[in-house]
Design a protein. Structure first.
Length: 226
């Protein structure tokens, strides 16, 4: 087979050159380089890499046949460079994250003197949201009742055999849009309330971790008996 024959020829050539270097007094200090094809197979050896193989992997051998230097292929060098750049980017991001965490930790322990203060601030913010929710839910109730009244009126008109006027239909659409708007506002405020509780729970846990002590978290008041 031509490929096997060429490969064996390359190996024999490398062996012959290595033996020549080993027995030649003049060549004792010389080195030999062996190069590979793109598939990673050794295809030749000599004193220099031919131009057509300079982008491939090669190895430099001493006069005794010991590998003293390995040159990776251009493709592998590009991969290693890309990998190094990614690692450097990740390190920068991790360093930035650590610095930000230290800043937040410093602010946390300098802002509060106890977990109770964290709970109190949380409760104040939640109280504001609860007041807003109460107003929005009241408006939502009114909007839903107005929409329901319009739906009933329109249903009665239809049952009587009369045709709904465009103005009546538009009025119902506006009432429906108003009800949906308040529903969206209520859902948004509920998310804000959940986010506040989650944020302060995280701050409280971190504060306890940094301080190395803890005060039991306040328990919710028992439900009133009916």
């Amino acid at each position: 087979m031509p490929e096997r024959s060429a490969f064996l020829s390359a190996i024999f050539a490398c062996t012959a050159v290595a033996l020549l270097l080993a027995i030649s007094p003049v060549a004792q200090a010389q080195k030999i380089v062996c190069w590979k094809d793109k598939a990673g197979k050794v295809v030749g050896c000599g004193d220099r890499v031919p131009p057509e193989f300079q982008q491939n992997e090669s190895k430099t051998l001493s006069s005794r046949g010991i590998t003293v230097e390995t040159t990776v292929s251009a493709q592998e060098a590009a991969r290693l460079k890309d990998e190094a750049q990614k690692k450097a980017t990740l390190k920068v991001e991790e360093d930035r994250r650590i610095a930000e965490q230290r800043r937040q930790d410093s602010a946390l322990v300098n802002t509060y003197t106890s977990e109770k203060e964290i709970d109190q601030r949380r409760d104040r913010e939640v109280q504001v949201i609860d007041l807003q929710l109460a107003q929005l839910k009241s408006s939502l109730k009114n909007a839903a009742e107005a929409e329901a009244a319009l739906l009933k009126r329109n249903s009665d008109i239809t049952k009587s055999g009369k045709q709904l006027s465009p103005a009546v239909a538009d009025e119902l659409n506006r009432a429906s849009d108003e009800r949906k708007r308040f529903e969206a506002r209520v859902a948004e405020k509920e998310k804000d309330k959940a986010a506040i509780n989650a944020r302060y729970a995280e701050q409280r846990a971190r504060y306890i971790e940094l301080r190395g002590d803890s005060t039991p978290a306040p328990q919710p008041a028992p439900a009133a008996k009916k």
